[in-house]
Design a protein around this ligand. Structure first.
Ligand code: NAP
Length: 626
């Protein structure tokens, strides 16, 4: 439903000019109430006979009927509407807002005196002022200003509603809210009220930052929702899981059809799919929006991965694109990925790739420290050096910085406990890969390696129990390690992209993989120079990336180094699990013959699962013990 703005005031005040301009500004049709007067009224006015209320009723009723129709799409009507009783008739027609052009009798008399070819007799002005009852609930503007100024004033007074709402002022919510506001978006912010603990969180936050001076903070959910322009657009940034459902449940009674909810947290894509369906039934658009870049990225420009209906994205896409990071062509690192849970699926795989990328760097660090016995500063210098070229990545960059950070004389890295946490997305990507039948070796291994890191106490005891020589090796050169790292990264990225390709087929998402790598070139944690290379390759490849000639050449160039790295680290008693996963994956993938014939025979032996043959077609079963 639209709004019908009624530009009102005495004759000669400029209703038609302002009304037309306002209609253009709002992109709605313009109507002039004078065109709806019956001939008898027009004749009276032209003859200088003041209209009586009885003359006006049929005219006002006709306008009211038209307002009902105009309310569908919105309109602007120029109409004197001088009395409260007239306005009541007009209001009965639909959603009406009055814009009152207020001017002095003297100014208007001068203006009318200069006007030609109008049926209104200027001598009637006095009777108009006598009749005028100033409206109580109108947008009041000074008719003396230039028309453009008046329209701007109306627009700014009208825009008292916030464009966007955000729920959840934790680490990410605060940064995103500031980012939206910095881009000129008027925000309403809400954080839950917990008596004695979480009180006025949103309004206190708004008071802290200059960029939020036009924004408002709320503790009361209903007031928050009512402060939003329709259709309401609400970004939810609370913890994934039951908190999202709780927020949605409390919001729904206050929402209307056509409103848009976005979940910016790391929700499971299947939950997002369910919420999408649930809200679709209520006519509410729901988008699962992956956000990467951490606290700083959220503030300065994250990579944004939205999934949901096209109609929903059309309503909010421009806002998301405004706060997103920019790629090398200055395009937003944000694009609608597909329907339902696709955005959160893509974010999950992004995080999976991130897990393995982090672990690869950790393994290189371990080998350089333990095998080559290099100190932190030297390792940092290597990382910084590698980061200048094709290996450039955000994660390598921060790892170089991490290694130089000191507390007094102590390197901080040396006192950080070696137990890594894993929550959500990494593990989910592993189970999702199993469900859709895609291999996720490097990513799954990175998750498992974090889990093993958590066995700190057992690991310490086991070290004392087992005799293992962890030898210093001189056989690994820095160049070999660098090349092995480069190839392992390529393999990890290809594995991640392959999971997306399979998921796209499985769920009919029609994911554009090249576009996904484009929005990952900036703002997100796995941004890197290689991501740009990958994007270019993906524009021409729809097959497995491992079968692309460009990828083959890149892997081939360092494959021997990867194998040497693997062999030497194992021989010197070092575990490099994600390097191993990458090595074994590529060795298995590039071999036409595998050992799975034995697996098939075993399965058929104990479970009569049947097998296929190389020399005949069909399914076969053998009585193995005959
Ligand atoms: P956070 O700092 O812990 O903030 C969580 C917010 O959720 C708080 O405002 C909290 O309110 C609110 N909340 C929790 N339970 C609620 C409930 N039942 N009802 C209403 N509000 C509730 O978390 P965060 O780091 O901002 O992360 C938010 C989401 O973004 C998570 O899904 C996370 O995985 C994802 N994410 C985080 C990062 C990151 O780098 N941190 C990056 C990308 C995505 P109170 O203040 O009242 O507790």
């Amino acid at each position: 439903m639209g709004v019908v703005y009624i530009v009102m005031g005495v004759s000669g005040v400029g209703k038609t000019t302002i009304g037309k301009l306002l209609a253009t500004e709002l992109g709605v049709p313009f109507f002039d109430a004078d065109d709806y007067h019956p001939e008898s009224n027009k004749n009276k006015m032209a003859s200088g006979i003041p209209l009586q209320d009885a003359d006006r009723w049929p005219w006002l009723k006709l306008l009211s009927q038209n307002i009902t129709e105009w309310s569908n799409d919105g309109a602007v009507l120029a109409c004197s509407a001088l009395k409260e009783s007239y306005r009541e008739i007009l209001e009965a027609g639909g959603d009406v807002k009055f814009v009152f052009l207020e001017g002095s009798q003297e100014d208007i008399a001068n203006r009318l005196a200069a006007r030609k070819d109008h049926f209104f007799d200027p001598t009637l002005l006095q009777s108009q002022f006598d009749t005028l009852e100033k409206p109580k609930n109108a947008i009041v503007v000074n008719a003396k200003n230039k028309p453009e100024v008046i329209v701007r004033e109306v627009m700014s007074k009208e825009n008292t509603k916030s464009e966007l709402g955000l729920i959840g002022l934790g680490v990410m919510g605060k940064s995103l809210a500031r980012n939206f506001a910095t881009k000129g978006i008027k925000m309403s912010l809400y954080n839950r009220h917990v008596a004695g603990k979480e009180e006025k969180v949103a309004s206190k936050f708004v008071d802290q930052y200059k960029e939020l001076e036009d924004s408002n903070g709320y503790d009361d959910l209903e007031a928050f929702v009512n402060s939003l322009a329709i259709p309401r657009k609400i970004f939810i940034m609370v913890n994934a899981g039951p908190a999202i459902d709780a927020v949605i449940r409390s919001l729904v009674p206050h929402l209307s059809e056509g409103d848009v909810l976005m979940d910016g947290g790391n929700s499971h894509y299947k939950n997002t799919q369910d919420r999408f369906e649930l809200l679709k039934d209520k006519g509410i658009h729901f988008l699962g929006v992956g956000v990467s870049g951490g606290e700083k990225g959220a503030l300065e420009g994250p990579s944004i991965m939205p999934g949901g209906s096209k109609e929903g994205y059309e309503l909010v896409g421009a806002y998301l694109e405004r706060i997103a990071a920019r790629d090398k062509n200055k395009d937003a690192c944000c694009t609608r990925l597909g329907d339902g849970g696709s955005g959160h699926f893509v974010k999950m795989i992004h995080n999976g790739i991130e897990y393995a990328e982090m672990q690869l760097i950790a393994e290189v660090y371990d080998v350089l420290k333990t095998n080559l016995q290099l100190d932190n500063s030297t390792i940092s210098n290597y990382f910084k050096d590698w980061n200048q070229g094709a290996l450039e990545s955000y994660l390598l960059e921060i790892s170089g910085h991490i290694l130089t950070k000191k507390e007094g004389d102590v390197f901080l890295i040396d006192v950080i406990l070696d137990k890594a946490k894993q929550k959500g997305t990494g593990g989910w990507s592993t189970t999702a890969a199993l469900e859709i039948g895609t291999s996720l070796d490097t990513i799954s291994q990175a998750v498992m390696t974090r889990i093993v890191s958590g066995y700190k106490e057992e690991r310490t005891r086991a070290e004392e129990m087992y005799t293992l020589s962890r030898k210093h090796t001189t056989l690994l050169s820095i160049e070999t390690i660098k090349k092995a790292y480069k190839v392992a990264r390529i393999i990890n990225h290809c594995i991640g992209m392959e999971a997306l390709r399979k998921a796209s087929q499985e769920y009919n998402w029609d994911l554009n993989l090249s576009e996904i790598t484009r929005i990952w070139t900036n703002g997100c944690i796995i941004r890197s120079r290689f991501m740009e290379t990958l994007g270019a390759i993906l524009t021409t490849s729809s097959d497995s990336l491992f079968l692309s000639n460009d990828i083959r050449i890149a892997i081939q160039a360092g494959l021997d180094d990867l194998i040497s790295f693997q062999a030497e680290t194992l021989k010197s008693g070092m575990a490099t699990p994600v390097f191993s996963a990458a090595t074994n994956y590529i060795l298995a993938f590039t071999r036409g013959e595998s050992s799975a014939n034995m697996i098939q025979a075993q399965r058929d032996y104990f479970g009569a699962h049947t097998y296929e043959r190389k020399d005949k077609t069909g399914s076969f079963h053998t009585n193995w013990e005959d």
